[in-house]
Write a protein that binds this ligand. Structure first.
Ligand SMILES: [Fe+2]
Length: 167
């Protein structure tokens, strides 16, 4: 199984949501993860991001928050949780797992990344700031397609994407 890319999506989702510290209704909870996944999968069509990493980032990046405020270590905890569950609920080769780990670890402190998969993950997260009434700022986005969505106010276009969980 090692180094083979797969996600046992429903089993992973259930395990992670069963182990939340924040409330499931949190602004950083599963509803947000589904939006990040949709944005990420949509962006990936243009950016060429790895879609398994995008889907895993959506689940892991905020899942180890202990509050909805300033929790500076949550990205690192999410990355380490992904490391714990690797080869149990999903598999990624070493190169892709490193991208997932870095994307989770750095998503709040680092703005720009040259790798298209990490860039896509971070833009997907930032596009969903609208859920808390914040308009995404193109200066904090990496990819041209995400900037276009903001400039054209065309967020609804991602509703063409179906979440893995809903399939
Ligand atoms: Fe997030």
């Amino acid at each position: 199984m090692k180094n083979e890319d797969y996600i046992n999506y429903n089993e992973l989702w259930d395990y992670v949501t069963d182990n939340l510290v924040i409330l499931p209704s949190s602004i950083h909870g599963p509803t947000h993860w589904k939006s990040v996944e949709k944005y990420g999968l949509y962006l990936s069509q243009k950016t060429g991001a790895d879609q398994n990493v995008v889907c895993l980032f959506a689940i892991f990046h905020d899942c180890k928050r202990i509050n909805d405020g300033k929790d500076m270590e949550h990205g690192l905890r999410g990355a380490n949780f992904a490391k714990l569950l690797r080869n149990k609920y999903f598999g990624l080769n070493d190169r892709l797992f490193d991208l997932l780990y870095l994307a989770c670890k750095g998503h709040t402190e680092i703005i720009i990344h040259e790798d298209p998969t990490i860039a896509t993950c971070w833009d997907a997260d930032r596009l969903d700031l609208r859920r808390i009434g914040i308009q995404p700022n193109v200066a904090y986005l990496n990819t041209e397609i995400a900037k276009t969505i903001v400039t054209n106010n065309s967020y609804e276009i991602v509703n063409r994407i179906t979440n893995k969980r809903d399939k």
